[in-house]
Design a protein. Structure first.
Length: 126
């Protein structure tokens, strides 16, 4: 039996993410300035270009996280956490499911109507 759980960040986590993203953008901006004023002019060549390009990416990610609705969680939107009671690779056979259903009925945990409805559902899946 599978249970699907959706996780959404709390308002406090969204705020923290936005603040962290703003700081991340500012630090990235500092590295862009270093790349443009120090590394590239001093003959950094390809290293200086890559340095500055990566710093620009950091600034972009930081700005996106700071202004988006969910902070950096906005990159994932709504991600799900799936919890299963059993190993997802192992599926019960119809015979096992029918035996469990019969046991529930014998213990009077489900009604005759519930038993028959579920039994028909299991048989249709064959």
């Amino acid at each position: 039996m599978k249970k699907n759980i959706r996780f959404r960040p709390s308002p406090a986590m969204k705020t923290f993410s936005r603040v962290f993203s703003g700081v991340f953008a500012l630090v990235g901006l500092g590295f862009v300035v270093i790349g443009v004023t120090e590394v590239i002019p001093s003959g950094g060549g390809a290293f200086g270009a890559v340095w500055t390009l990566m710093a620009c990416c950091f600034v972009g990610i930081g700005i996106y996280g700071a202004v988006s609705k969910n902070g950096l969680y906005g990159l994932h939107r709504d991600f799900g956490l799936e919890i299963t009671d059993e190993d997802p690779g192992v599926e019960e056979s119809a015979e096992e499911r029918l035996k469990k259903l019969q046991a529930l009925y014998d213990q009077r945990l489900i009604t005759a109507e519930e038993y028959e409805t579920k039994r028909q559902e299991i048989l249709r899946e064959l």
